[in-house]
Design a protein around this ligand. Sequence first.
Ligand SMILES: [Zn+2]
Length: 101
Amino acid sequence: MPKKPSHEEDEFFAKEEANQLHALAQERARKMKEEELENLKKLHFMHCPKCGFDLKAIQFKSLTIDKCFHCNGTFLDAGELEALAGKESDFLHRVVAVFKR
Ligand SMILES: [Zn+2]
């Protein structure tokens, strides 16, 4: 009978996968020309990664949260999730309550 992985194992493998994906993205970006990267940014910047509609920047305390009012997706920039995790314990619940429909 296979042993159920522990939370620590799950976190280890998730972190390993994230590190590999980050390295692949960095390698791909290095190989792409600067002009191609600029065109990609123009095409995708502040558009929802799920449905393609415009994202709206919503200020919530010290964070700027990108919100899609079409599919109701909520997105954070690099470092913002870490900033949220370091806040008071009910902070995430309050963020969700702000955007809950
Ligand atoms: Zn969307």
